[in-house]
Design a protein around this ligand. Structure first.
Ligand SMILES: *[C@@H]1O[C@H](CO)[C@@H](O)[C@H](O)[C@H]1NC(C)=O
Ligand SMILES: *[C@@H]1O[C@H](CO)[C@@H](O)[C@H](O)[C@H]1NC(C)=O
Length: 595
């Protein structure tokens, strides 16, 4: 038995590690960087680029790759090298970059506004200790995955952009020792005094009050003063916007949907309070947008359930004690309102015990909201650590059942396209329910026409994107299976899909790479979450791991169908008896009734 399983794992590893090598963009990125920077102490002279594309750039000073076999850079750490020049545009060719550290050098000029469209997956950005000037661009809030942002010890001026409050994954923020001024946005005060000191003009919590007044009063006074003056300007500006800015935006190919800043869009919602929320089943009481605004505390940050590529969802507590989940779709969709309505109506017909039912929707100008039933136990991602092994098996089996139904049970196969541990929600019985299915048609992300490089955000969440998408660019059922395999790996390992904690250190690569590395070293038990191993389930865990690995093999054709993944997991979990509550029969007929 052992022998068989080892051979099987070995086979999987071979497939896992033989993924195709990537484009040469990352090589050009480093070349561009080297050419545009001044390097007085010759620290980058060791950067040489042999001309065959198969040779690796991964061993160059400061460069780390997702894995050793492909030239795809995950982090670039060049601190304290006396490098000078502007932050170079060629960085945009290092699109997979997650960590950029240019600290303690002589970089000057301003922080490029485009930095987050160049590097959308940044998790850490350290530009501290340079000579950067100008304002902090508000677009830095577009780096949605930022965990740590250090801009301290520069010559930055202007305000702290309130958009930074949108970065809901931010754990560290350091803006100290610059020339910043103005009021610190209230939602940033928890980053502590050290993050803001050494800026003469900055005030408000956690620093001292602004003058004799406290922060709040200042805001009120400023708003009161400005409103009068601005009122008369507004009409003029609106006309200007309509004829000019809007036109430019359209020409730039932004598509129909335009994202508004936080303040703006809530204002827009408020001005359409009476719009009725369209519900698929006859509601007992009508719900208006105003009800959702109240129930989500004006779409406040405390109501955010999860924020993902497809949008931000909010918990809405209704007066009768029930709760809904309202999802504000990311802008950038191409569908007209009519197409959108018909597509959403189709999704609204889908009912399955392991899918979160879509209850309704609401359209206000370019804003589109989807209304789902709320799941009390939140996302698998947030709950995983607290689940014992049997509970994890249940989630795996049941989520697979929902997805298998989407793939094989619907009238026409329905792709999910955004599978991650954030779209598997847990209901009151910790049963899994998949949300966000079918959003692929509703959201599509703007692509720069000059940029032929593939942006994997179009095909799912970072860490879940199947390797073949770089060349096929077409979402597929087997791509969903890959993403689900990553979720299964999370369940076994307790790790995140990217930023894997490898003992003391962060592993350089994805969860799939990390697992395959350990398996090839013969340490299959090393990858299993410590909180579930050695409690009498080890054999079952190994079988589960094998199923997970079969989903993430790099050749799409060799991955099982979702229905087979479900069948294998079901067999493995059968003795737990969680098939009694619902009929075990797989509903292969399209079923419009609520079960
Ligand atoms: C690149 O290839 C050419 C011919 O194929 C060769 O002459 C040259 O030396 C190579 N350059 C490097 C840096 O390897
Ligand atoms: C940024 O870099 C500086 C200097 O290299 C280092 O001291 C600091 O800890 C870094 N900050 C963060 C947030 O990583």
């Amino acid at each position: 038995m052992k022998m068989i399983s080892i051979t099987f794992l070995f086979f999987i590893i071979i497939i896992l590690t033989s993924s195709p090598s990537y484009a040469e963009d990352d090589v050009l990125c480093l070349k561009g960087l080297k050419n545009s920077l001044t390097d007085p102490s010759g620290r980058l002279t060791t950067w040489s680029f042999p001309n065959s594309s198969s040779s690796s750039i991964c061993t160059l000073t400061g460069v780390s790759c997702w894995n050793a076999k492909e030239n795809r850079i995950i982090s670039l750490h060049l601190p304290s090298m006396q490098l000078a020049g502007q932050i170079p545009e060629s960085l945009k060719l290092c699109r997979s970059l997650q960590s950029l550290d240019l600290s303690d050098n002589d970089f000057s000029g301003s922080i490029p506004r485009e930095i987050c469209s160049w590097l959308p997956y940044l998790v850490t950005l350290n530009l501290s200790g340079n000579k950067l000037s100008g304002e902090i661009p508000s677009e830095i809030a577009d780096c949605k995955f930022l965990n740590s942002l250090a801009l301290n010890d520069n010559k930055l001026t202007g305000p702290v952009p309130f958009q930074l409050t949108r970065l809901n994954r931010l754990q560290r923020l350091s803006l100290s020792d610059n020339g910043l001024s103005g009021l610190i946005p209230a939602d940033l005060s928890h980053f502590g005094e050290d993050g803001f000191t050494g800026n003469n003009g900055l005030c408000g919590k956690p620093l001292s009050n602004c003058g004799a007044l406290n922060g709040k009063n200042v805001t009120v006074i400023v708003i009161a003063g400005v409103t009068g003056a601005v009122g008369s300007l507004c009409v003029g500006f609106a006309v200007f916007w309509w004829f000019f800015v809007r036109d430019v935006r359209r020409k730039k190919g932004y598509g129909a949907g335009e994202c508004k800043d936080d303040g703006d869009w809530i204002g827009l919602m408020n001005s359409h309070k009476l719009v009725q929320v369209a519900l698929f089943q006859k509601p007992i009481v009508k719900i208006r947008l105003a009800d959702l605004i109240v129930a989500t505390d004006s779409f406040g940050s405390d109501s955010v359930v999860v924020s993902s590529r497809t949008g931000v969802s909010y918990k809405a507590d209704l007066p009768d004690g029930s709760a809904l989940e309202v999802k504000r779709l990311s802008c950038g969709y191409e569908l007209s309102e009519k197409q959108f309505r018909s597509e959403v109506n189709r999704l609204g017909q889908i009912r399955h015990p392991n899918l979160v039912p879509l209850l309704g929707f609401c359209v206000v100008e370019d804003e589109r909201l989807l209304v789902y039933k709320h799941m009390v136990n939140g996302t698998l991602k947030s709950r995983l650590q607290g689940l014992d092994w049997p509970a994890r098996v249940k989630v795996g089996v049941r989520a697979a059942r929902g997805l298998a139904w989407l793939h094989h049970g619907c009238e026409t196969a329905c792709l999910h396209q955004y599978i991650s541990s954030n779209v598997i929600l847990l209901d009151e019985e910790f049963d899994a329910r998949v949300i966000d299915y079918g959003l692929g048609k509703l959201v599509s992300f703007e692509r720069d026409s000059n940029d032929s490089s593939f942006s994997n955000g179009d095909f799912g969440e970072v860490g879940y994107v199947a390797p073949e998408y770089t060349s096929t660019m077409v979402a597929s059922l087997s791509g969903d299976v890959y993403a689900f395999g990553v979720v299964l790996l999370e369940i076994v390992t307790g790790q995140k899909p990217v930023l894997v904690n490898d003992g003391e250190d962060w592993f350089n690569g994805s969860l799939v790479d990390w697992v395959s590395k350990h398996l090839s070293d013969g340490g299959s038990k090393d990858v299993v979450d410590r909180s579930v191993i050695g409690r009498g389930y080890d054999d079952e865990i190994m079988q589960f791991l094998r199923i997970a690995c079969s989903c993430v093999v790099s050749r799409p054709k060799e991955r099982p169908l979702m229905i087979h993944v479900y069948e294998s997991l079901k067999k493995l979990g059968y003795h737990y008896g969680f098939f009694t509550e619902h009929s075990d029969e797989f509903p292969l007929i399209f079923n419009k009734q609520e079960p």
